[in-house]
Design a protein around this ligand. Structure first.
Ligand SMILES: Cc1ncc(COP(=O)(O)O)c(C=O)c1O
Length: 418
């Protein structure tokens, strides 16, 4: 059984952020994503203090969770935004970010969309030379490219975004040509970016990848005689999805990154360069739970517990083989003794939220709590089977605030010709 407690969840899982889970389910129905603003702010402060010496600029990767309430609170905490496309840029602007606090790291956008992003005053990490050349007649003053440093690591192959066999970024050799072309097209300032993968819990990987990245950056600087006004090392800072796994040692991670950066600075590089990170998951993943209701109990060979949420809301399990902890409100740890599978309502046999886990002797109507629901859950949810997306509630101080309504048949059918 788990040894650690999930942030803000009481030992019996009957309170979240000091609010009874059954109060929330009665008031808002299920399924609901419930955010602890307290935990969100703790995550941001921990990250800021780990990187405090290094004056690192933090840009939240809004793809992790684009709920505007959350995004505006994150921006108000002094964090910038990393956006993947024009709509994410627009959301950041609507949520209060200044263009200079946004960086865009898109993939395969049209020249038209890239131009609009650039005209909004947002710097772009271009995926490759061809993407930059789609707007070469209107090139911004600063041009940055996404480098593949040759190594990548992510919790799953699907979220490993550098190394072999990935669609992102360019090799150091192609980068030389790309920066040269940007210079010929009129670029005056330069940045450089990498993003090597997501949910990494090993500080040593950040040491190795940033060493490579900074060294490649220096080689490009030397070869072309250009200076980088920023070096953006992407996100990827992991959180444990299994309560028996310890957290990422963020201070050690930040320390390694700083040591590598300073090593090159002491050799005369990066004198006026900003260092940027783009965390998504680290900021918001463990600041939310997904609460659903047990709607069915089948006592066959396997005990199969059915919920009113499934892969439509939480695709990560079917997509990557990810693991999310599941708790049932109101039971003590000692009662988790029945081997069970947990499934949703989607007509696919991939719709398992867990297999062979220990759960209490549950009842229909019990609230089932799925952990780590803040990142890549709502933002990746779909309307498959017209099951709809969950409502979202923020617990902010003494208030519980509905920050997204349940979808309805009407909202799901909006935009269709009827
Ligand atoms: C370019 C870029 N930056 C940042 C992130 C955020 O990653 P994470 O949530 O692992 O920090 C991603 C995620 O895929 C990304 O593609």
């Amino acid at each position: 059984m788990s040894t650690l407690t999930y942030p803000d969840l009481s030992p019996n899982s009957d309170f979240y952020s000091d609010v009874p889970v059954t109060y929330l389910t009665k008031k808002y129905g299920t399924p609901i994503v419930v955010y602890s603003m307290k935990r969100l702010y703790e995550n941001i402060s921990r990250l800021k203090s780990a990187f405090a010496n290094h004056q690192v600029k933090i840009h939240y990767a809004v793809k992790a969770n684009y709920n505007p309430y959350m995004v505006s609170r994150i921006i108000n905490s002094g964090v910038g935004i990393d956006a993947a496309n024009l709509n994410e840029v627009r959301l950041a602007l609507l949520s209060g970010a200044k263009p200079s606090d946004i960086i865009a790291t898109p993939n395969n956008l049209s020249g038209n969309e890239l131009l609009k992003i650039s005209q909004l005053g947002v710097t772009i990490n271009f995926d490759h030379q061809g993407q930059m050349e789609t707007i070469k007649n209107h090139l911004p003053e600063t041009v940055s490219f996404r480098i593949n440093p040759g190594i990548g690591r992510g919790e799953f192959a699907g979220i490993t975004t550098a190394g072999h066999d990935v669609k992102f970024g360019i090799s150091p050799r192609d980068a030389l040509k790309a920066y040269d072309s940007a210079r010929k097209c009129g670029a005056k300032k330069f940045g450089i970016h990498m993003m090597t993968g997501s949910n990494v819990l090993d500080p040593e990987f950040f040491k190795e990848s940033t060493e490579r990245f900074f060294s490649i950056s220096c080689e490009i600087s030397d070869s072309l005689g250009i200076e980088f006004s920023f070096l953006d090392i992407g996100g990827g800072f992991g959180v444990p999805y299994d309560l028996s796994t310890g957290p990422l040692d963020i201070n050690r991670t930040a320390g390694y990154i700083e040591q590598n950066f300073l090593k090159y600075r002491n050799k005369g590089y990066f004198k006026d360069s900003d260092l940027i990170i783009e965390p998504g998951r680290y900021i918001i993943s463990d600041a939310a739970i997904l609460v659903s209701e047990i709607t069915s109990i089948k006592n066959s060979e396997h005990k199969i517990i059915g919920l009113d949420t499934g892969m439509n809301t939480l695709i990560r399990i079917a997509l990557y083989g990810a693991h999310h902890g599941i708790k049932i409100a109101g039971y003590s740890d000692q009662e988790y003794s029945n081997l069970s599978d947990v499934v949703g309502q989607v007509c696919e046999n991939t719709d398992y939220l867990a297999r062979n886990i220990l759960l209490p002797d549950v009842h229909i109507g019990d609230p089932a709590i799925i952990l780590n629901a803040g990142a890549y859950v709502s933002s990746m949810a779909s309307n498959y089977n017209l099951l709809g997306t969950p409502a979202e509630v923020a617990i902010d101080g003494n208030n519980d605030i509905l920050i997204r309504e349940h979808s309805t048949l009407d909202t799901m059918l909006g935009g269709f010709l009827k």
